[in-house]
Design a protein. Structure first.
Length: 182
């Protein structure tokens, strides 16, 4: 929750309105996590039809215990910071994803902005997901993995969330979707 709160606070600092949902959608049965979160996104869309951007925040759960920490950690200035992986699903699981090219484009622009502002912050984008992961619900939908739950401290992830907010604010400003310059 602290990582999502840091992202929300960072976006608000840049003049971007935020609705931060603190509901945890993970849980038994795990395979229904995205079904539960889909209900939440649909409720938000119904209640706030002007919402444009949706961000689903995760801490990665890399299973391989041999994964080196530098895969999910970088140093910016003198601080260790969790790296961020943007994740774009696909139709491979049989679920339609008609807006995938728009979602992919938005994610690619954010990836480029992150790398311009904070070289090394972004991990390679993951684009081979098995289904849309609710990204079919909005063109500007981000599924972000901020560090790894095992390899990164909460402080490293919180710092990264603030840097993600800076990057997104700059992208939105450049695209004329945010009037306040970062």
């Amino acid at each position: 929750m602290q990582v999502g709160a840091a992202l929300a606070e960072g976006l608000q600092t840049h003049g971007i309105g935020v609705i931060h949902v603190r509901k945890v959608h993970d849980g038994d049965p795990w395979h229904l996590s995205y079904t539960r979160s889909r209900v939440t996104v649909r409720q938000l869309q119904a209640e706030y039809p002007s919402l444009k951007i949706f961000i689903d925040v995760h801490r990665d759960g890399i299973a391989d215990p041999k994964t080196p920490r530098d895969v999910t950690t970088t140093t910016l200035g003198a601080q260790k910071v969790a790296r961020i992986m943007l994740y774009v699903g696909s139709e491979r699981g049989g679920k339609p994803f008609p807006n995938r090219s728009k979602v992919l484009s938005f994610n690619q622009k954010l990836q480029k902005t992150m790398e311009q502002l904070y070289p090394g912050l972004a991990r390679p984008m993951f684009t081979r997901g098995g289904f849309p992961h609710n990204q079919d619900l909005a063109d500007d939908f981000l599924l972000v993995e901020i560090g790894d739950a095992r390899l990164n401290s909460k402080q490293e992830a919180v710092k990264a969330a603030g840097l993600l907010a800076d990057s997104l604010a700059l992208l939105l400003y450049q695209e004329g979707k945010n009037e306040k310059a970062p």
